[in-house]
Design a protein around this ligand. Structure first.
Ligand code: GTP
Ligand code: MG
Length: 361
């Protein structure tokens, strides 16, 4: 039974919402990675770092993505980024090839290299074993400093209101995986894209907001352009979370369940997919203003521009649409799923746990 006491005069809606919040916490907690899994992953990172250093002595291997931002589920893949601090370093493509050969010789990982990708990467997988029933999947990228920064930004957002933000994000990640709408390769949206949709909603849609806009807060001291820019992009954001938690309190009292219900309603019904761009830095933008209109350029259909059906601006690389992989069909499916979820929650079955099970069926 639910540990939340039910007041006899609660309406059925209040009861459902309270129940659903509790169910969401319980559901998400059992999907978090175990201490053991985190320890194994850290060991793998150290081992790989040691091996890379035999090729590039001044390199560091850092974790980013979900293992580093607080939005990790059990058995999620590892995202690693190799930074090289020396002046005369190997070209990334050569390093990728050499590292691939080395790992193939020295470890049990299956290795695949993509030396000429936008971000050159080495992809590793380890077969399942009794100690590691799901094996390990790991991508090593090179010099991807923007990804380290966007990981830190998401982590800061998670830390401002861990209960509501982490529960919502983790639930949506599970939900999108179970509903099979979390595959950029098949025309739907990456986990990173869903996380940005949640943050956008909490910063810019909810009124009063659940989260402040960390990228638009005034800095505590004057800062120079050199300090704030990386590869031409402004990567500054307010990251003194201890201070922020003393000074900023959200006036939004909604529970996790209320936020989730409204999240689905918003993306099922209200978000302007045809014209809007979700930007966590700047709020709702217009496709037109960013030059991200789709399909019709000069009145003719151009399938090569089939990149901007759904538009989510990266927090730092603002000329980059995180949802560029989402196709027409993919977006149709994703919106259909938002509608289905909104409908399931609106019918308020007797028990919240039934609603959750149906949502993730
Ligand atoms: P799971 O692997 O499903 O647990 O989710 P995740 O949070 O690790 O997200 P994902 O694997 O989609 O992305 C990992 C990290 O890669 C993100 O936190 C970003 O830092 C970076 N990343 C992923 N996709 C993009 C993208 O399209 N653009 C940019 N700039 N960074 C990305
Ligand atoms: Mg990942």
């Amino acid at each position: 039974g639910s540990p939340i006491l039910q007041h006899p005069r609660q309406s059925s809606k209040q009861r459902f919402v309270a129940d659903l919040s509790q169910c969401l916490f319980d559901f998400v907690i059992q999907l978090l990675p175990t201490q053991e899994e985190m320890a194994v992953k850290e060991d793998v990172r150290k081992l790989l770092e040691r091996l890379i250093r035999t090729i590039e002595p001044d390199s560091r291997l850092l974790s980013f993505g979900s293992t580093a931002n607080g939005f990790s589920l059990r058995n999620s893949d590892m995202d690693l980024c190799c930074l090289i601090d020396s002046e005369d370093k190997l070209a990334a493509a050569d390093l990728v090839t050499m590292l691939g050969d080395l790992l193939e010789r020295e470890t049990k990982f299956h290795v695949k290299t993509l030396p000429h990708a936008r971000i050159p990467i080495v992809k590793l997988t380890l077969d399942p074993s009794p100690g590691l029933p799901h094996g390990i999947a790991c991508d090593i990228g090179f010099e991807n400093r923007l990804a380290l920064e966007n990981t830190r930004l998401l982590m800061c957002y998670a830390m401002i209101d861990p209960t509501r933000v982490r529960t919502l994000v983790l639930f949506l990640k599970v939900w999108s995986k179970r509903r099979k709408i979390n595959s950029p390769y098949k025309g739907t949206l990456s986990s990173y894209g869903y996380v940005l949709l949640v943050i956008y909603y909490l910063v810019h849609v909810k009124n009063p907001p659940v989260l402040p806009n960390l990228q638009q807060m005034p800095p505590l001291r004057p800062i120079t352009k050199e300090e704030t820019h990386l590869n031409g992009f402004n990567i500054w954001f307010f990251d003194d979370i201890d201070l922020l938690r003393q000074r900023w309190v959200s006036e939004n009292p909604d529970s996790v369940a209320e936020l989730l219900i409204d999240f689905f309603r918003y993306y099922a019904r209200d978000f302007q997919y045809n014209t809007g761009v979700a930007s966590i830095r700047s709020g709702l933008l217009k496709k037109e203003a960013k030059g991200w209109q789709n399909d019709y350029s000069g009145g003719r259909y151009d399938p090569s521009r089939e990149r901007n059906r759904l538009c989510i601006e990266d927090p730092f690389e603002i000329d980059y649409n995180v949802a560029r992989c989402v196709t027409k069909d993919g977006l149709y499916t994703i919106r259909g799923e938002f509608m289905r979820a909104a409908r399931v929650l609106a019918t308020r079955p007797d028990r919240a746990i039934v609603a959750l099970a149906e949502l993730c069926e």
